[in-house]
Structures are given as structure tokens and as C-alpha cells.
Design a protein around this ligand. Structure first.
Ligand SMILES: [Zn+2]
Length: 254
């Protein structure tokens, strides 16, 4: 989740925010932003304890599709496509949480681009909350890239968070996905035990960090605010600092 209008601020489905020049050595060719859900959070003080109590906010939930010479990669899968068929979206049990809508399915956006689910080589998820893993099951042939700590973290009812039949690479730290430095998974635990972010080095646009839920609001980034339900406060602070250091070094954009 990200607060609408903050951080990267991009919202349009299928927007292309970077493309490669022919002479570059990097295998990365394009990054597409997909609409993977739109929500209204009932009370944003859940993410910033004591601040903005009772205030609601629109949320966007993006997925990112990367075209690389070595194959397609999807980063995050959003809320479940089934929500698109619900006339009033998916209302939360607790009104302080997020009421999700799905204006377009992930499947339909891939189809518009001429990409079949079987074409996706890697599906990587920032973490295992439902608004990020809602459509992993659409990609039974893709290799799931997830941190071991996240994969092995029991779900709320003690059940596994991922289907055992899903092909998976359980990561233990950072991972250079295509081996050319263009797309690197960065371990950023704290929001959940195995939260991860993605450093994408686009030949024209430069470096981007796709931060998942490492931080939700601009104000939380500036004030190092930590949501009440994060699994580890110290890890969260260390991960935010790690992202800040990477942005400084890469002259990157969050
Ligand atoms: Zn989350």
C-alpha cells in the first residue's frame, strides 16, 4: 500500500516510466505500473500511532511489471482479482482498515500488454499481506522470489502463506535477479519478518526503489513513523535507513 499522491505518486495503469536505450548493457527494457487495487483507509493512525487519529485516506496498490531481456518479472500482485467482481468492493471487518476496490483485474492488464501468466519468469512479492499476494496463484509456473523468513512465517490462523506447490526460491538477504545488477531485491525487514524492496536501475530514468510497505506515508518517511502492527520496530528503522542510504548512493527515487 502507498498513500495516494505521495512518494512515487504514479497511479495510471499501464504507465511506462522508463525505457532503455539500444546501446545500454543492462538487460532491462521497460517498467510498467499496473493498477492492483484502490482503497480507502478508515483511520490512518493505524500506520502512524497518535497522528491523524480518525482521518481517512485514499490508498493505491500498485504492481510493477518489468520486461528484461532474460524474461518478464512481476513485483507484487495486489489485492485479489475476485474483488473486481464485487459491486461495492471488499469492506474490511474493522472500519479503521482499508476498503478495497479493483477497477481492473491484474489478468486483464497483462492481457492488454500481450503477456500471458506463463510468460512471467519471476513473481517477487514485497511481503505476504493480502494486498500484495492476492494473485500469486495466477502464476503457478512462475518462480516465486520471497525471503525465507517471510515464507516460513505462519499465517494468522497458523496455515502457510503460500501454496506448497508454487515453485519458490527462498532468499536469505539481497538478490541480483538477472545477474546484471539491473534488478536487485533488497532485504528490508520490519513491517513483516521477511519484507523486501526492489532496486530497479533504469537506463534512462535512473534508480528507483519500490518500497512495498517499508514506509506508507511521506510523513512517516520524514519522521520515521512506524505502524503499530509492524512486526519489529528496530528492523523497520534500520530498513528505512538502508533505503535512504541506497537512494543517496544511487541518486535514486523512492
Ligand atoms: Zn503490509
Amino acid at each position: 500500500m502507498k498513500a495516494a499522491g505521495t512518494l512515487i505518486g504514479a497511479f495510471a495503469a499501464l504507465a511506462i516510466i522508463g525505457s532503455a536505450s539500444a546501446q545500454t548493457k543492462s538487460g532491462i527494457e521497460k517498467l510498467y505500473i499496473l493498477n492492483c487495487g484502490e482503497g480507502v483507509a478508515g483511520d490512518i493512525s493505524r500506520w502512524s500511532p497518535g497522528v491523524n487519529v480518525g482521518k481517512s485516506m485514499e490508498f493505491v496498490d500498485n504492481c510493477y511489471l518489468i520486461r528484461h531481456a532474460e524474461g518478464w518479472m512481476l513485483w507484487d500482485t495486489g489485492v485479489a482479482d475476485a474483488i473486481a467482481a464485487m459491486p461495492d468492493g471488499q469492506a474490511p471487518s474493522d472500519p479503521r482498515m482499508t476498503h478495497w476496490r479493483r477497477p481492473k483485474t491484474l489478468a486483464s492488464q497483462l492481457e492488454e500488454l500481450g503477456v500471458r501468466p506463463a510468460d512471467i519468469k519471476y513473481v517477487a512479492v514485497s511481503h505476504s499481506h493480502p494486498d500484495h499476494i492476492g494473485n500469486v496463484a495466477l502464476f503457478p509456473q512462475s518462480m516465486l522470489l520471497v525471503q525465507k523468513f517471510e515464507y516460513e512465517w505462519p499465517g494468522p490462523t497458523g496455515t502457510p502463506r503460500f501454496k506448497p506447490e508454487q515453485p519458490v526460491t527462498k532468499l536469505e538477504g539481497d538478490h541480483d535477479v538477472f545477474g546484471d545488477g539491473s534488478v536487485t531485491i533488497i532485504a528490508t525487514p520490519g513491517h513483516t519478518p521477511g519484507h523486501q524492496s526492489l532496486l530497479v536501475r533504469l537506463p534512462k530514468t535512473g534508480a528507483l526503489v519500490l518500497s512495498g510497505d517499508a514506509v506508507h506515508f511521506q510523513s512517516n518517511w520524514e519522521n520515521r513513523g512506524i505502524p503499530a502492527n509492524n512486526t519489529d520496530k528496530d528492523q523497520t528503522l534500520a530498513s528505512m535507513q538502508r533505503i535512504a542510504d541506497i537512494l543517496a548512493k544511487e541518486k535514486g527515487t523512492l
